[in-house]
Design a protein around this ligand. Structure first.
Ligand code: SF4
Length: 243
């Protein structure tokens, strides 16, 4: 049998493909197309009217070993066609998780190769942040230079950075404030904690952040403007009355 005749045999096996789908529990609709896969196989596609599978198609692959051999069915599958309704691409949890997702009792382990951390045996260029701990002792992992830079940029761009509305409206910067507690280590010149309970208390603030509760802010002296004159309700105003 010539190759052309063999391929014709595969193309003509529409009923055989349809029956294979029915035998598999499917209900194939119209025959859509046949795609020759190679010299020995072809895939027949049929419409599939299945609830929840809009645009999907039944596919039955038929094959023959060659001259004199019967056409047989290799597999039956349901495949998405153009514009088929598909589930969203799967995203690993480590990429889905966002800041603020961590709740009480949750466990969130940093990935073994997390670039924000390096083993403590490695010099991370921030001796001061290691404190009295010797290299290789104490904390098993410390911030890597990359993790430190990423953190600094996030804090700088965040709510307590110089571009926030509060900082933009403030005259004084945290770096000159008595409530400002500089961090230790490589970030000490750029960030600190605010110790003012009426301001950003307990938050890491940029040295370039600022607010109206800066320790140098002086209370305004009472204004002498008429609208602020005290009202003395002890003064009696006497009016003459007509008898
Ligand atoms: S009180 Fe205001 S200016 Fe002072 S450290 Fe806190 S946030 Fe900065």
């Amino acid at each position: 049998m010539s190759l052309t005749a063999q391929l014709d045999l595969l193309r003509q096996a529409v009923d055989q493909a349809r029956q294979a789908i029915v035998d598999d529990g499917g209900r194939p609709g119209d025959h859509l197309e046949v795609v020759v896969e190679d010299d020995n196989s072809a895939a027949h596609y049929f419409t599939a009217d299945l609830p929840g599978y809009r645009g999907w198609r039944w596919c039955a692959v038929v094959a023959t070993a060659g001259e004199g051999d019967d056409v047989t069915v290799s597999e039956v599958v349901l495949l998405p066609g153009d514009g088929a309704l598909l589930a969203p691409a799967w995203v690993p949890w480590s990429e889905r998780i966002a800041a603020g997702d961590l709740g009480p009792g949750d466990q969130l382990a940093a990935e073994p190769g997390d670039p924000r951390l390096v083993p403590n045996q490695i010099d991370n260029g921030d001796e001061a942040a290691l404190g009295d701990l010797e290299l290789g002792l104490g904390r098993r992992r410390v911030l890597s230079p990359e993790g430190r830079d990423e953190t600094a940029q996030r804090w700088y761009d965040g709510e307590y950075g110089p571009d926030s509305a509060m900082a933009q409206a403030a005259k004084n910067r945290c770096e000159t404030c008595g409530f400002y507690l500089p961090l230790a280590g490589a970030l000490r010149h750029s960030f600190g904690a605010c110790a003012n309970e009426y301001a950003a208390d307990g938050h890491v603030v940029s040295a370039e952040y600022g607010c109206g509760a800066h320790s140098d802010v002086v209370a305004k002296a009472p204004s002498s403007a008429p609208q602020f004159d005290p009202f003395d309700d002890g003064v009696l105003e006497v009016f003459a009355t007509a008898d």
